[in-house]
Write a protein that binds this ligand. Structure first.
Ligand code: C2E
Ligand code: CA
Ligand code: CA
Length: 574
């Protein structure tokens, strides 16, 4: 062993305890190149050395005068501070019994007189090497133990004590990959409106719910699966499919949470991903389960849903939409199609509605149903809407120049626009830029926008009308407002949701309601447009009950701007 290699740092010190001078001289010769040698003639001297300087190995003659080698071994063993010191016993050849006794008393090895230099060196070296290994092993064990303890806390979620996200990923992968006999599922769980619970109650209450839920999940997966907390009120479980009975599971969960006695409806919803490929990264499995969950969120009838590939395709489509949207706006890939709105009484086009289309270079014409909700999610809708409004203003100006008069066109105003302070200024800016008058540009605002945020919206809409814009309430009757609200709402036109027209023939209720809404709107001096009229019999029915304006495939589908202009030109001629 070279000095710089030893784990004790520095040159190793060897204590030779022997009272035969000639041996000492010999041993010194054998070892002095590698060790720093200290000689002690008896036990007393040996103890003094041990007490005053560090010793890494001891060569001990068994037949010493005074306290002999055996007694010294016993003493060393009894003393904690010396019990680990490696001792090589020195005896005479042929005295195997003594050597054996020394080993029993804790000597690491022995050498025999007459000492052979190579054998002696090798034995001492081996003893030290063994010691070093032991030391390393002990140290490694200690380190592992420490790491394990550290891991236990690093692996755990502080609040619930179940695994945290990273630990869950690791453990779940481990379980699934080891057990090829079972099909596993990942269950992603989330409380409906947890934020409301935190707002309504104290934080402790929220924490209590999470802890209780964590406890229930842990009990549910038991030894056969694993569960973890992802973040906030999101939990995951991984367990064999055969062990999962969702209805029983949720019933138990509801009962457990209910037993806390919190006066609020706290319900978990779940998305389930059946694992086909156990080598798929667990975070991706969780994403898929979460995707299934998001599909049912807000749908109070369904508590859980299974993932299927169409969800992933949908997500990829959405990602594509987000990736391409900026460029598409720059490159003017968005365009308007216009759908005429007819007056039944006057038998002519009263106005048109502009509907956005995405002319995608690869995917062709994409309908707004595919991207509007994505843009409403990420805020891009505000910029797209403004772009569309400007396109419409351009078209209105073209009408004015070409025909000397203007048929109004309505645009859709997504509810996100109402968070922009400069909304009205922007619209007025367009009106000015294209030398129009506000009545030419009709504004469609959905009933949903009104009910979501009436306090913020009503004054803005009033301001629109004060400037001379006409405001249409889109999708009226799609389920959010009460009739009572109508009397306070500043709107000029009600656009009755498509579902009414489509159910006229099949539902008594729909036709009675339609009749009622028409009468009501007359009383409130609002105009009414019925959307989604597709058949002659719908038109006839509407005529009978006093419907005035209709929009739908029966008269015309949405068309390109150029075509719409031609249609207007025709109408004007007659
Ligand atoms: P919406 O505002 O209710 O527009 C009417 C939708 O009904 C249009 O779908 C139209 O093509 C369709 N439609 C018209 N007549 C009939 C019919 O007889 N039968 C059936 N089945 N459908 C009919 P589109 O163009 O796919 O637009 C869907 C929705 O996307 C719109 O519903 C609107 O909410 C939104 N949208 C369209 N363009 C814009 C826009 O520029 N900005 C914003 N924020 N939203 C837009
Ligand atoms: Ca509309
Ligand atoms: Ca509508």
């Amino acid at each position: 062993m070279r000095d710089e290699e030893n784990i004790f740092g520095g040159r190793l010190r060897m204590l030779i305890v022997d009272d035969i001078d000639i041996d000492d001289i010999l041993l010194r010769q054998f070892f002095q190149d590698e060790y720093e040698i200290v000689i002690a003639k008896d036990s007393k001297e040996a103890v003094t050395v041990l007490e005053t300087s560090p010793i890494h190995i001891m060569l001990l003659a068994l037949n010493l005068s005074g306290m002999d080698g055996f007694e010294i071994l016993s003493m060393l063993k009894r003393q904690d501070r010396w019990s680990a010191l490696p001792v090589v016993a020195m005896t005479v050849a042929g005295d195997g019994d003594k050597a054996a006794r020394a080993i029993e008393l804790g000597a690491a090895d022995y050498i025999t007189r007459p000492f052979h230099p190579v054998v002696s060196r090798a034995r001492v070296k081996n003893v030290l090497a063994r010691r070093e290994n032991d030391w390393y092993r002990a140290e490694r064990l200690a380190r592992e133990q420490q790491l394990m303890e550290m891991h236990q806390s690093l692996d755990r979620d502080n609040l619930t004590g179940i695994y945290n996200r990273e630990a869950f990923y690791r453990r779940a992968a481990n379980i699934m990959q080891k057990d090829s006999g079972n099909e596993y599922v990942i269950v992603y769980l989330d409380i409906s409106c947890f934020k409301a619970i935190n707002d309504l109650f104290r934080m402790d209450t929220g924490n209590l719910i999470l802890k209780t839920a964590g406890y229930y999940f842990q009990a549910s997966v038991g030894e056969i699966g694993v569960c973890g907390r992802m973040e906030a009120d999101h939990f995951v479980m991984c367990l064999p499919k055969a062990a999962l009975d969702m209805d029983t599971f949720l019933t138990g969960l509801d009962a457990t949470v209910e037993s806390l006695g919190i006066s609020h409806n706290i319900q978990f919803y779940a998305g389930i991903y059946p694992v086909h490929d156990v080598y798929l990264p667990v975070d991706q499995m969780c994403d898929r389960a979460n995707l299934a969950l998001r599909r049912i969120k807000g749908n109070y009838m369904t508590r859980y849903a299974y993932y299927d590939d169409s969800m992933r395709e949908q997500m990829l489509r959405e990602q594509m939409i987000v990736r391409d949207m900026e460029f598409a706006l720059q490159a003017k890939q968005f365009c308007i199609h216009l759908q005429p709105i007819y007056s039944l009484k006057e038998d002519r086009i009263m106005r048109g509605e502009a509907l956005v289309r995405w002319n995608h270079p690869v995917r062709g014409l994409i309908p707004p149903t595919e991207f509007i909700s994505v843009f409403e999610h990420n805020g891009f809708i505000v910029r797209l809407d403004r772009f569309i409004w400007e396109e419409v203003c351009r078209l209105l100006k073209e009408q004015k120049e070409r025909f000397g008069k203007v048929t109004p066109v309505s645009v859709n105003i997504s509810r996100l626009n109402f968070y922009s302070a400069d909304l009205l200024d922007f619209l007025m800016g367009l009106i000015g830029k294209y030398e129009l008058e506000p009545w030419m540009l009709n504004l469609e605002i959905t009933e949903r926008a009104y009910t979501d945020n009436p306090h913020q919206l009503i004054p803005v809409v009033k301001a629109f009308r004060d400037k001379g814009f006409r405001v249409l309430m889109d999708d009226f009757g799609s389920g959010y407002s009460s009739l009572n609200m109508l009397k306070n709402l500043p709107v000029d036109v009600l656009k009755i949701d498509m579902s009414f027209a489509q159910e006229l023939e099949t539902s008594e209720r729909a036709s009675s309601l339609m009749k009622f809404i028409l009468e009501l709107s007359k009383a409130l001096q609002m105009e009414v447009v019925v959307e989604g009229v597709e058949t002659k019999s719908q038109v006839e029915f509407l005529e009978r009950i006093g419907g005035e304006e209709i929009q739908g495939y029966y008269y015309s589908k949405p068309m390109e701007a150029k075509q719409f202009m031609e249609l207007l030109a025709e109408t004007i001629k007659h």
